[in-house]
Ligand binder design. Structure first.
Ligand code: SAM
Length: 213
């Protein structure tokens, strides 16, 4: 099955959790445009367009395309938006965001992954993505505030610095550990007056957020 059809099917199958029967066409177009095979190793080429997470180097993963599309859709990306990603990994999520927003700042804790992702993104001509190695728990205060924040590793709680670095009206989507080893994707929305509300979007499974905090 075509990867976009598989994403559409997963979207319909999870509507009772997410409340979204369809993702925006802009997001689906962006998914269709990114050559996912460039972001996985030689041993994963035959599986590159399956709707599944796949192993990359350093014991990490490239996320399931449906989850990438869903998280992208939930931050409601707009052409003038500046977005922070925590967990660059392969660089795939940043590449999906590239045509949808003005700039992406992406933080990765493993230097080797920042290097590999940077080389692929540069070779493919993505010009609005800035990478840095560091602990994304602290966000990227020099470029804050952000219209949207996507965290692609599971945190024990919602990091306060990320909520602080969200613009009024902005959206943060993050997998958070819940009791008994489960995880939930949580959407945090900051209102224009600065108050926040959270809601659980979907049970998920991500690699853990590491780092000192
Ligand atoms: N977004 C990635 C992609 O499109 O390939 C998938 C990322 S993978 C599921 C999660 C990534 O988060 C890993 O590369 C991991 O090293 C990174 N990570 C874990 N803890 C982190 C932290 N504290 N700060 C930044 N990155 C972190």
């Amino acid at each position: 099955m075509d990867m976009l059809d598989a994403i559409r099917n997963s979207t319909r199958d999870t509507v009772s959790y997410t409340g979204r029967a369809e993702l925006s066409e802009r997001v689906l177009d962006a998914m269709a445009r990114v050559p996912r095979h460039e972001f996985v190793g030689a041993d994963m080429q035959s599986r590159a367009y399956l709707n599944t997470a796949l192993p990359i180097t350093h014991g990490q993963t490239i996320s399931q395309p449906f989850i990438v599309a869903l998280m992208t859709d939930f931050i409601d990306p707009q052409p003038d938006h500046v977005v922070l990603e925590v967990g660059t990994g392969s660089g795939y999520q940043a590449a999906v965001l590239s045509p949808l927003v003005s700039h992406i700042y992406s933080v990765e804790i493993i230097p080797g992954l920042t290097e590999t992702a940077g080389a692929v993104l540069e070779r493919l001509g993505y010009e609005n993505i800035t990478l840095r190695t560091g602990d994304g728990y602290a966000g990227w205060p020099e470029h804050a505030p952000f219209d949207g924040i996507i965290v692609t590793a599971a945190a024990p709680h919602i990091p306060a610095p990320l909520v602080e670095q969200l613009k009024p009206g902005g959206k943060l989507i993050i997998p958070v550990e819940s009791p008994r080893g489960a995880q939930e994707l949580i959407l945090v929305e900051k209102s224009e007056n600065g108050s926040t509300k959270e809601r659980s979007v979907l049970p998920v499974r991500f690699v853990p957020l590491t780092g000192e905090r």
